[in-house]
Design a protein around this ligand. Structure first.
Ligand SMILES: Nc1ncnc2c1ncn2[C@@H]1O[C@H](COP(=O)(O)OP(=O)(O)OP(=O)(O)O)[C@@H](O)[C@H]1O
Length: 623
């Protein structure tokens, strides 16, 4: 059951009200062409919202949704056609398709169902793909639909006009359909599934690391978007009464994509603004396309002026506003009074941490990883135990990040095993690893930059939330934990560097992990930020009693925080012991000092740990 938040309702009303007002005014005061134009706007809006549900939330441009519009149009047209007209228009129609004579509302529902079935079949391979491969796949689908429609002359009249479709759609039919589409698109965007898909659009690897099943959510958005596009196609068919396959091909695709991109691909308000703007541009330019005589000036016929106008509008807007006219946030998320109406999320109580179970552990058992011929890691073996902090150190290129990637399933180990409470990570889909109790952060911060701070953490919280648990309230609580509650409404990409690092930790904590891997949490921080981080880590360590694995070049931090330290060098595990043992270990000192002697200066990298920090006299005061 989808829970609809108050802010979602406010967002729907904020967008639906102006649309309804314009439509009612047009119906009352603009009979004829004005009313037809607004009806067409409403139908186009439904199609653009269909595109947006998939493309806007997943970040994958679809060229195929007009194919679904075509299927919706022909299916609904066939089902509603008067049997007598049908005999004339389609004399060779197969018997099982002939003579249905359905009412338009019923045919609309059946057409949406037909489109949904096709979308499910096509969606299975499309959802496996990302980026341009998926886009090309959708383009292929559009071409196939077009060719099939042209080739199936017995059913579609081929490339000839398909006529005899009852004209059942006017502004009063299109308006409720458009408002419903706005509500569906916004509810989906704000739902857990929509939020997770938007997270995967920002960073697929990071979203998988917080438990997002990217393929599943892409598939859901693909099918839902296709159903809206199919509905738009059916409405279009019953608005025009006659059409042909070329009406549902590249020209319409170009125009709908222009509407989506111009307004802002990721928002419902962007779809509305983009659709209205492009339709206005087209209307104005169409008047000039055939040439105009202004008396003092006579303009010649310019073929394709409307397409040129649309192209120019996109270029100009994109030059100034990369995210389109409305940007990445909905209108109600930007306007303070609408935000207040939507209400604030309230923090929940973080469930008390259970006492660490000493019988459970994360076992790294002889783990190795090769990249082509390069041995990045070999035979790493140690345990991460709840309630214990394990440090992982080593010079640059030692294999620390590779080890974390193998443990979290981001990169499969070439040899050995990673066992979380006895279950081998290699046998789990990567997105289920967080649910098995493992959270992580990344060496190079991987936040969902165009989602708010609260949304970043909510994505993770919702991946593990129990039924009835409010993921947003939990997320707010973890934000408070790292001192970011006051920034909940800010876009993550606008935070300071140190705050971004802490946000990544809050996001990982929201997974309620038993094991938490932190990959260079203090990298690039100034001393004040590092101090703040130390306090956060100290508090996490005592409050949640997690098994922590901390990769760091800041040896002071490691020596102060860790119970056990593992040392890697050139992919080999060269030592493991308490901080005091590590400081006294000749092999470890050699790994650092040896590098210095061999002419690789300590200044070679900003991140390179100081060999001196490993000397007992230097570190003694830190332990
Ligand atoms: N995806 C990859 N493809 C090829 N080689 C890789 C890949 N990832 C890591 N390596 C190589 O594996 C070795 C270990 O890299 P890794 O990033 O794990 O080291 P590290 O100890 O984390 O280093 P740093 O402290 O600089 O982050 C390096 O030689 C690196 O170039």
């Amino acid at each position: 059951m989808v829970r609809i938040k108050r802010s979602t309702v406010v967002g729907i009303v904020a967008v639906a009200l102006p649309i309804a007002l314009i439509a009612v005014l047009a119906a009352l005061f603009l009979p004829g062409s004005g009313q037809r134009l607004v009806t067409l706007f409403l139908i186009n809006l439904i199609a653009v919202l269909g595109f947006g549900i998939y493309s806007g939330n997943s970040g994958i441009m679809s060229f195929g949704h007009v194919g679904f519009m075509a299927l919706g149009a022909y299916a609904s047209g066939l089902l509603t056609m008067n049997p007598v007209v049908q005999k004339t228009a389609l004399p060779h129609l197969p018997e099982w398709l002939a003579g249905w004579g359905m009412s338009f509302p019923l045919a609309l529902l059946v057409a949406i169902l037909v489109v949904a079935v096709v979308a499910v079949v096509i969606g299975v391979p499309v959802a496996r793909l990302g980026g341009s491969s998926a886009s090309i796949c959708t383009l292929g689908f559009l071409v196939i639909v077009h060719v099939v429609l042209v080739a199936s002359a017995d059913i579609t009249r081929g490339s000839q006009t398909f006529f005899g479709v009852p004209r059942a759609v006017d502004i009063w039919v299109a308006l409720p359909c458009a408002l419903l589409a706005v509500a569906i698109a916004r509810i989906y965007r704000d739902s857990n599934s929509g939020l997770k898909l938007r997270a995967s659009r920002e960073d697929e690897i990071a979203s998988t690391a917080v438990g997002v099943n990217v393929r599943l959510h892409r598939f859901c958005a693909w099918v839902l978007g296709a159903m809206l596009a199919g509905a738009a196609g059916a409405l279009f068919a019953h608005f025009l009464g006659a059409f042909s396959p070329k009406d549902f091909y590249f020209n319409l695709t170009f125009m709908l994509l222009a509407m989506l991109i111009l307004g802002g691909i990721s928002t419902v308000s962007g779809a509305v603004v983009g659709t209205a703007t492009i339709m206005l541009i087209v209307e104005v330019l169409r008047k000039f396309e055939g040439g105009v005589d202004l008396g003092f000036l006579s303009l010649p016929t310019v073929f394709g002026l409307t397409d040129i106008g649309i192209g120019l509008a996109i270029l100009i807007v994109m030059y100034r506003l990369q995210d389109g006219l409305m940007g990445v946030r909905e209108i109600d998320e930007k306007l303070p009074f609408l935000r207040r109406l939507g209400g604030q999320a309230k923090a929940a109580e973080v469930p008390a941490a259970a006492a660490p179970d000493r019988d459970t552990s994360l076992k790294v058992d002889n783990v190795g990883r090769r990249f082509a011929g390069l041995v990045a890691l070999e035979n790493a073996s140690f345990d991460i135990v709840p309630g214990r902090v394990t440090g992982l150190i080593g010079p640059n290129g030692a294999g620390k990040s590779t080890l974390i990637n193998c443990v979290s399933g981001v990169v499969p180990a070439s040899s050995g095993k990673v066992l979380i409470d006895g279950r081998d990570v290699v046998s789990m889909p990567t997105y289920t690893v967080p649910k098995a109790g493992l959270g992580r952060t990344f060496q190079n911060i991987r936040l969902f930059r165009n989602l708010t701070v609260l949304e970043n953490v909510t994505v993770a919280a919702s991946a593990v939330a129990a039924a009835g648990e409010d993921a947003e309230a939990l997320a707010l609580c973890y934000l408070a934990e790292v001192g970011l509650a006051d920034f909940a409404d800010r876009l993550a990409g606008t935070l300071s560097y140190g705050a971004q690092r802490r946000l990544e930790i809050a996001r990982a904590l929201a997974l309620k992990p038993r094991y938490l891997l932190l990959d260079e949490p203090a990298a690039g921080m100034n001393p004040a930020e590092t101090q703040e981080l130390m306090q956060v880590l100290d508090s996490i360590r005592h409050k949640y009693k997690l098994g922590l694995l901390v990769v760091e070049h800041d040896l002071k931090l490691i020596m102060r925080l860790c119970d056990v330290v593992v040392v890697l060098n050139k992919g080999q595990q060269i030592a493991m012991g308490t901080p005091a043992e590590i400081q006294a270990n000749p092999a470890v000192v050699e790994a650092y000092i040896g590098r210095k002697r061999s002419g690789k200066p300590a200044t070679a990298s900003q991140n390179e740990p100081s060999a001196a920090a490993l000397q007992p006299h230097a570190a003694g005061g830190l332990a």
